[in-house]
Design a binder for this molecule. Sequence first.
Ligand code: TEU
Ligand code: CA
Length: 589
Amino acid sequence: MLKSFIAGYLTLLMISSCNNQKETKPDAFKDVPNRKWWKEAVVYQLYPRSFKDSNGDGVGDLKGIISQLDYIKNLGVDVVWLNPVYGSPNDDMGYDISDYRNIMKEMGTMEDFDALLKGMHERGLKLVMDLVVNHSSDEHEWFKQSRSNRDNPYRDYYHWWPAEKGKPAYRWSFFDENADAWRYDSLTNSYYLHYFSRKQPDLNWENPKLRKEVYDLMKFWFDKGIDGFRMDVIPFISKDTSFPELPKKYNGNYVAYYAKGPRLHEYLQEMNREVLSKYDIMTVGEGAGVDINDALNLVDEDRKELQTFYHFDHTGWGRRKDNPKYPDPANRKLPDLKAAFSKWDSVFAQKGWGTVYFTTHDQSRMVSRFGNDNVYRNESSKMLYTFLLSMRATPYLYQGDELGMTNIRFSGIEDYRDLETINYYNYLKRTGGNLQEFLNAQKEVARDNSRTPVQWNATANAGFTTGTPWLKVNPNYTTINAEAAEKDQNSILHYVRKMIAVRKNNPVLVYGKYTLLDAANPEVYAYTRELNGEKVLVLLSFSDKGGIFTLPENMKLGDEIIGNNKDKLFVNNGIVELKPWQSVIIKLN
Ligand code: TEU
Ligand code: CA
């Protein structure tokens, strides 16, 4: 026993830790064909309400972002995706737009916006805005007109159902307290359609006038110089306007049904022709309801629709299959997570391009959900970034994850600001549901977990605001904050910068072929990436127990490119023993 241990120790591979990767080698990508800047870009998602408040009203704003542009630039990211900053009554925090060509009062002015865009471009950062055109706010002028009279010229900008035809077939609503997407409006004795809240009526894309309005407003922003759009629930824009009962084949899956409208591709091709093709910009569609069979059709270059979109497959991981509003620890099996990401890699293996992310403003915190936000917060955050930045897809990094921010886990309903949580709570209350069970579940699932203010330093309210923040600051800001991370060379923040630089210096991590290894391994996620004869191995422990990985025959480990652990990787007779949440990228000889 002791003898074999010593023998093993002697064969221990000594791998030198990574050298300075900060400077991007200019020629690193020179042999790669069919390059696109948006494939190579690293995107930082910025939720402006919670980023930085400049005037003490408790709400983040454009001037606040401007004050932190160097922080963003220093991460090494290329693109910022900014959540909606347009005119909005904020029923759904900006996803209910009342004025598409203006800036929300709380966020600042159009002058501030122009200054922000200029400041970003001066630093070589690109700006991607949110395009929310499946629905508008009910306070948009179009809707005010539309609902006023059945003969109003704006009537057909939305979907109306005259009450004399009887009640329309049921449609499920994401956010309505009654879970019903048709709402009766007595003003014209009609129902209007809203897949989201009742203050978010769905726009009628059947109407060419509405489509032209959308294309015009897109041009308005492109002409200002923005670099792209993230398109909110874009697969939902086309509807079967006869509104039949939900077809049986969907088996109650409204989201899948909503994403399969009959004219979706026609609209996207028209949008491409009229607008997108005229600019060098990037597009990313929010792919709610899109399955692997539809996916390529949206992003196949030859079809001229979108460039990329993001899927939701891994967001059901660790959640109840029948109702993802509730966590289910039994559904947290690593092989399932690998299968989801591997499946989506294969969809775009020949054509098209994907994205990869863990957190968004709609998902809870990365480290709380996929890592261990307690004892292994540092290691597991770094491991998760190693994954995001070594996949063959455009990575999206969400604000605050680079600091290892965690779920806030509110205990009472009064702390929440998100309508999804509040309206579902009211729905359960009305229908006699289990409120305590729901509140417990929201500690893990609620969208507000990722929307708490960015923790800048250890002063009051984490330096986010001098006033009262619109959503409470996580009390752990006294230790988890940007200022502390900056001073600590071992911080997640420093690692993220290093890992971004590694991606930028290693085209194999962007374009290389992805091959999953040891699919059934319950603790280790292992894969290779391969490009032009160069090959690397990525090993990731997703466990408090670390994990064991057996090297395939003939695999020869070379230099370590990056690792999240100070100690050398332990390799004994072809067996790699990973420490808890350890991650490493190694060259293969
Ligand atoms: O989200 C659309 C979407 O698919 C949601 O169902 C999402 O999965 C849900 O919020 C998860 O709990 C987009 C935006 O990202 C979201 O913030 C908006 O609320 C929604 O559209 C309506 O515009
Ligand atoms: Ca403010």
